[in-house]
Design a protein around this ligand. Sequence first.
Ligand code: MN
Length: 338
Amino acid sequence: MIEPIIDSRVIEQLKQLLKNARHIVITCHLSPDGDALGSTLGLCRVLRNMGKDAHVVVPDQVPRALMFIPSVRDVVVYTMAQLRGRFLVRNADLIFCLDFNTLKRIDKLGEVIEMSNAPRVLIDHHLNPDNVFDVKISFPHLSSTCEVVYRTLMQMALLRYVDTEVAQCLYVGMMTDTGNFTYSSDYPEIYEIVAHLVSYRINKQWLYNMAMNTFSADSLRLQGYALSEKMQVFPEAGAALITLTREELERFNYREGDTEGLVDKPLCAPEVQWVMFLREDADQINVACRSEGDFSVSEICSRYFGGGGHKNAAGGDFKGTMEEAVEVFHRVLADYGN
Ligand code: MN
């Protein structure tokens, strides 16, 4: 039995908003991941199945690795189709904001959404959401936004609009945000939801292979190089650092997504409790952190990089050189010592 954890007044409010809405926009954070796309596309399909005019508008491009998600080709990418994106947002009488907690997380699209008079509904699992949402459905202790979407549909009695495509979308987000049900998934109810989604014949092995286990030969070589040549372990601090410069990435014909999962690898070593991965992008250093147990990398990312995320998985950006970013890592080591 899945507990109805969303406040019934919130559900009533959302029912009312939905009843009055015809044109609906659903959006998610920059560099959309499996949970962001799974939740937006899953919800969009449910709304369309209900007869609504619903569209997914994402702030920037969908990674090639996620192009297998059903209907992903229908999303409007704001950086590539601004007019269309702006039209859809202006025309919307309801906006869903999925898998992020502040409009800053969606870049220029946030400004457009801020100008709209349509009610904004947040469905999310990140800590401390902003106060710019009219309805907030935020559960940071849950696995994924996809799970929160499922629970919202359940409590609104909309599960009858779920079909195989919706089930695939929601499963992808739950799977990717838990490392294929490894972390953030130690409670029975998540498997009750999975059981229901599996009943739609979703082919979870195929979804796993597409979402989490497909790499080009170049990418495998890059990851091997990163682990063998570029991983530094600091056993006394329980930490590991991986850096990859532009030049190194280019040597392996880097494409977006090629380092997916790399940041998790050092945690395999028992002496490593947290990891920082610094990757030099075109105009900044991308920071990704992972940890095990109580060490909060979301705190590290927000304090030192103005970023954030979850306790065990967080990220941020650094405007500066790789050397300067590495200095920050050493400052963290000094500040958090042991
Ligand atoms: Mn998520």
